[in-house]
Ligand binder design. Structure first.
Ligand SMILES: Nc1nc2c(c(=O)[nH]1)N[C@H]1C(S)=C(S)[C@@H](COP(=O)(O)OP(=O)(O)OC[C@H]3O[C@@H](n4cnc5c(=O)[nH]c(N)nc54)[C@H](O)[C@@H]3O)O[C@H]1N2
Ligand SMILES: Nc1nc2c(c(=O)[nH]1)N[C@H]1C(S)=C(S)[C@@H](COP(=O)(O)OP(=O)(O)OC[C@H]3O[C@@H](n4cnc5c(=O)[nH]c(N)nc54)[C@H](O)[C@@H]3O)O[C@H]1N2
Ligand code: SF4
Ligand SMILES: [Mo]
Length: 727
């Protein structure tokens, strides 16, 4: 492999920070600054900086493992793949295709997510595929689609943030979860704009805010409705905008008016003067934004909650206008692209719907199959995991570690154990891989090429910088080999660019249209924002235009209005950094209000479980920790779980800093040391979810699902906390 440095992107979060990777003469690689990528301008958080440690880690997987005599033992690739194909084939024979489950991840590149979805539908013929993005931003995606007709996390680049007047950041702790992005908010404040943070905890992010609202977990819906009530009562609505660009205002207004400020104060614990101050800060400037993250979204009413925040934007004319809008801060490295290309239960590539006949025809033609052979929509992530060992007999898992990250995790662990057969492709022996019958060692980010789509909707090229270890193969190789063994010789290439070329055709004319994007463009430009249709049409193999006459969402979208994405290649679509400036992507071009009302969380405190548990992240660990718990520097900074609680609650329990506490919910019991701080409400405790074992937060969480998005309620459940007495 060459020894020069390669510009690429971080393997972890959706910011997809740019970095250079340089192989070192003594082996290993060095991460160096890459200042040309505008999102991070060279800055990296500790996770990104130390990501190479996982490449050279002694505990990374370097050979396939097959269970034998109860233990996982090294095996040859051919044998491991034969075994998987044989077991999947046998289960299909015996129980039918829907007994074969597939589970993917939002960290997988577009090429992998696309191929995994195609593999499930074309090779296995199963409807039972979903992925961990369901646990991430699915509520925001559902609400965005409802309101705007299209879900792209941010409808504008992050670079717009410093120039708006006010940002309300709802349930995002980006100072820990996307540290380099904090710069945009500091610049906002330097420019005279204001930042409002809504979080039950006074987080590092909340400390940066001009106003911090600390609602009781699970009450963001009431909070947003209370703010809208005040907007109306204070005459701050934008009537002309509502008339011209929206529908459904009367119903939404009536619903909001039932949420009097005093009533909202009682539900949320946010005082009326604070509500008024928030409305003033949001409404006075010419432009403003609302950004949500997992706080309000990971609730059994997440879709309605995000809908209520969008209502606030619409009523004040703050969507689809320059420097104004609603956005969701998507989380995983390819959290955006991962939800567009078909690993989701109800979806086909290009953000098409699996139950749409025109979409089925288009994609079936690209895949060279009969549209009627494509299965229908399957179960959502939690429901799929919950069905393991009953309806679903085998599982192929790529890019997730549900033993740590799924809600009600002890139950899901037991479901995984009850499978007839589990195959896991991973880079390390995750807690889920430990349960597998076959484990396949796959290449990591710096050892392979692929595209990701960042939280801005910017499609990026992650380039291979180094050669993988000898006995490690790519996920695409795994799917190619399994397809061949299951009788499908063609259509599963191992070359990512070849996959991307097909993805372009499959996405052409769909909402997330990538047909005008090529690897060459991605290499020459700093990414391209979708939608980016091909200006001349993408040619199918049979020589016909990829477009099949469906209505394209592009009819509803302006060309790059700011004109700031100059293409190096003439006569190509420049991509679309900013959406909705002329019209929304709905049929009539108008944004839709939703009429929603406050409702309680699925589980409210009672005498037995008097407190609320909420969960989230710390800066030095990533997700289930499968990767970051293998990095010494990160482990030193964040060695294990903890229970964050208020001094008053600690005093009541007789607990001192560091004392072990048992947190008990209806699902189970977890034990972790106390971390006492006035930064949390006295009625709430917080646990990060990055660790397995005794301190696993997800032993406690409630799998109550949002009726629309099927998102579990990670952010609220009822618990009691007990001091653990030495025996
Ligand atoms: N260090 C690190 N960074 C990450 C990740 C990681 O694991 N570690 N994961 C990435 C991924 S996939 C994601 S999805 C993002 C997540 O990024 P964030 O959404 O910023 O992360 P969380 O910590 O889950 O939740 C954010 C905040 O929500 C608050 N919260 C809890 N309950 C409520 C509530 O009811 N209402 C409101 N308004 N707020 C509430 C929590 O106190 C927390 O501070 O981070 C990405 N970046
Ligand atoms: N209590 C609680 N639980 C939560 C959340 C919360 O806020 N609170 N947040 C939820 C959210 S937002 C998310 S996104 C999920 C995430 O939780 P998980 O889905 O468990 O995500 P990761 O830990 O990133 O798991 C990725 C796994 O895939 C492996 N991997 C990485 N790259 C690749 C690749 O290219 N190919 C393959 N085959 N494997 C790869 C990693 O080593 C790791 O084992 O957790 C959810 N769980
Ligand atoms: S903020 Fe996210 S993308 Fe940037 S270096 Fe950290 S983990 Fe990587
Ligand atoms: Mo996420």
């Amino acid at each position: 492999m060459e020894t020069t440095s390669t510009p690429t992107h971080c393997p972890y979060c959706a910011l997809q920070c740019g970095m250079n990777i340089t192989p070192l003469p003594q082996g290993g690689v060095e991460v160096t600054e890459r200042a040309d990528f505008p999102v991070n301008r060279g800055a990296l958080c500790g996770k990104g900086r130390t990501a190479p440690a996982v490449l050279s880690s002694a505990v990374r997987l370097t050979s396939p493992l097959v269970r034998s005599g109860g233990r996982l033992v090294p095996a040859a690739w051919g044998d491991a793949l034969d075994l998987i194909a044989e077991r999947l084939g046998a289960a299909r024979e015996r129980y039918g295709p829907d007994a074969l489950g597939v589970f993917g991840g939002g960290g997988l590149t577009n090429e992998k997510a696309y191929t995994l979805g195609k593999f499930a539908r074309v090779v296995l013929g199963t409807s039972q595929i979903d992925y961990n993005g369901r646990f991430c931003m699915s509520s925001a995606a559902a609400a965005g689609t409802k309101a705007f007709g299209l879900d792209r996390g941010l409808p504008f680049p992050l670079e717009d943030i410093p120039r708006t007047g006010c940002v309300i950041l709802v349930g995002s702790n980006l100072a820990e979860t996307m540290p380099p992005s904090l710069r945009f908010f500091s610049e906002l404040r330097e420019n005279g704009g204001t930042l409002i943070v809504v979080d039950p905890r006074r987080t590092k992010t909340a400390e940066q805010a001009d106003l911090h609202l600390a609602p009781r977990p699970g009450t963001d819906l009431a909070l947003a409705l209370g703010l809208l009530h005040l907007v109306v009562a204070e005459g701050r609505t934008d009537e002309a905008y509502i008339q011209e660009r929206t529908t459904g205002w009367e119903e939404a207004r009536a619903a909001a008016m039932a949420h009097w400020p005093e009533y909202v104060e009682r539900i949320t614990g946010v005082s009326v003067p604070q509500l008024r101050e928030a409305v003033r800060l949001f409404c006075e400037p010419e432009s403003a934004m609302v950004l949500t993250a997992r706080g309000p979204e990971q609730q059994a009413k997440g879709t309605d909650t995000v809908g209520a925040w969008i209502n606030l934007c619409l009523a004040t004319g703050r969507a689809g206008r320059p420097l104004s809008g609603y956005g969701c801060l998507t989380g995983q490295g390819n959290g955006q692209g991962g939800r567009e290309h078909g690993q989701k239960a109800d979806q086909l590539p290009g953000y098409r719907k699996l139950d749409d006949p025109a979409a089925r025809r288009h994609v079936a033609e690209v895949w060279g199959v009969d549209p009627d052979s494509l299965p229908g929509p399957g179960r959502s992530a939690y429901e799929l995991l919950d069905a393991l060992g009953t309806d679903i007999r085998t599982l192929l898992l790529m890019g997730s570690n549900p033993v740590v990250s799924a809600p009600r995790a002890a139950h899901i662990e037991e479901r995984l154990r009850s499978l007839d057969f589990l195959a896991v492709a991973d880079v390390v022996l995750s807690e889920t891989a430990e349960l597998a019958d076959v484990v396949l060692p796959v290449t990591q980010w710096a050892e392979e090429t692929g595209t990701t789509t960042s939280l801005e909707g910017r499609v990026l090229l992650r380039r291979q910088a180094i050669a993988p270890p000898p006995d490690v193969r790519s996920d695409l190789h795994v799917l190619h080999e399994l397809a061949a063994r299951l009788g499908v010789e063609k259509g599963f290439p191992t070359d990512p660019e070849e996959v991307f070329e097909e993805l372009r055709r499959a996405s052409a004319g769909g909402p997330a249209d990538y047909s005008g994007i090529t690897y060459r463009r991605l290499a020459e430009e700093n990414g391209v924002f979708w939608p980016c249709p091909a200006t001349t049409g993408v040619t199918d193999e049979d020589g016909e235009d990829g477009e099949d006459g469906e209505d394209t969402v592009l009819d509803a979208l302006p060309d790059d209005p700011a004109g700031d994405t100059e293409s190096a290649v003439p006569d190509v679509h420049p991509g679309t950094p900013r959406l909705f400036l002329d019209r929304f992507a709905t049929e009539d071009g108008r944004a839709r209000f939703v009429a929603v009302a406050h409702r309680a969380s699925a589980e409210e405190p009672d005498a037995e479980y008097p407190l609320l548990l909420t969960t989230g992240r710390v800066v030095s660990q990533y997700q289930s920790g499968a990767q970051t718990r293998r990095v010494a520097e990160l482990n030193a900074a964040a060695p294990g779980p903890f229970v964050e609680l208020h001094p008053r609650l600690a005093a009541r329990l007789g607990a001192d800093e560091g004392d072990p506490l048992a947190v008990v919910s209806r699902r189970g019991r977890a034990v972790a040391p106390a971390r006492i701080t006035t930064a949390i409400r006295p009625d709430t405790v917080f646990m990060p979810f990055h660790w397995p074992g005794e301190g696993r937060a997800n032993t406690l969480t409630n799998p109550a699902l949002d009726p629309t998005s099927r998102m579990p309620e990670f952010k609220v459940c009822a618990v009691r906390v007990e001091a653990v007495r030495p025996v």
